[in-house]
Design a protein around this ligand. Structure first.
Ligand code: ZN
Length: 217
């Protein structure tokens, strides 16, 4: 591909914030959410119309599909702020990598966020499958297979590891794999155009904590 796909309805972004500025902005939004002082920015009609022919998101958020992990809400964002990709247990496949690469290459997104959370159902299912040897049916098995290396590493490091320890390990491994598997992301990180961060989200407090980072913030 030499130019952005037409169907995306976007033009090349003309200005970008740095990875550090994007990180500061993301964390400020999460703090507002934690404090119950969300400002619900960029959600009005003028913002909507201003984005009709362009978008310039400052982050791509790759998180778990869990209904309690709504990306724009927990970081107090609005239209055009974040490019979002979500799968159960934030498992990676080629279309996920393609979506992330699109956001980096064509939208110039400076911050790539991997977002896991405590009590994750997909990680809990994988913990159970590893313990019993019984794999779930259907394509849920694909999720479990992709999370299993993280669960095994977590148990090897600490045989008493709980689900939340496994989630943290899985976030770290997901961050590592994004950079290892995608030359586009690796180049963006090496040239300091983008950074990758791994966050774990606490369902009760609403807080996202940094557990992994590749690149300069
Ligand atoms: Zn989850």
């Amino acid at each position: 591909m030499s130019e952005a796909p037409e169907e995306a309805g976007t033009t090349a972004a003309v200005h970008h914030v740095s990875p550090a500025e994007a990180w500061t902005k993301l964390m400020a939004g999460n703090q507002r959410f934690v404090d119950a002082t969300s400002s619900h920015p960029n959600q009005d009609a003028s913002r909507r119309s201003s984005l009709a022919n362009t978008q310039n998101p400052f982050a791509v958020i790759f998180g778990c599909s869990d209904s309690r992990l709504a990306a724009e809400i927990i970081f107090d964002l609005g239209l055009g702020d974040a490019f979002v990709v979500r799968t159960a247990g934030h498992v990676i496949d080629n279309t996920v990598l393609g979506s992330l690469e699109y956001s980096v290459q064509y939208l110039g997104v400076p911050l790539i966020v991997v977002l896991g959370h405590d009590s994750c159902g997909a990680v809990t299912a994988t913990k159970g499958a590893v313990a019993t040897g019984e794999m779930p049916s259907g394509f849920i098995r694909d999720l479990v297979e992709r999370i299993t290396p993280s669960v095994l590493t977590s148990l090897r490091n600490d045989h008493t590891a709980d689900v939340n320890d496994m989630v943290e390990e899985h976030v770290k491994q997901t961050v590592d794999r994004l950079v290892q598997n995608s030359p586009i992301i690796a180049r963006a990180v090496a040239s300091e155009k983008a950074a990758v961060v791994g966050l774990t989200y606490r369902l009760v407090e609403g807080r996202a904590d940094l557990v992994s980072q590749i690149g300069t913030l």
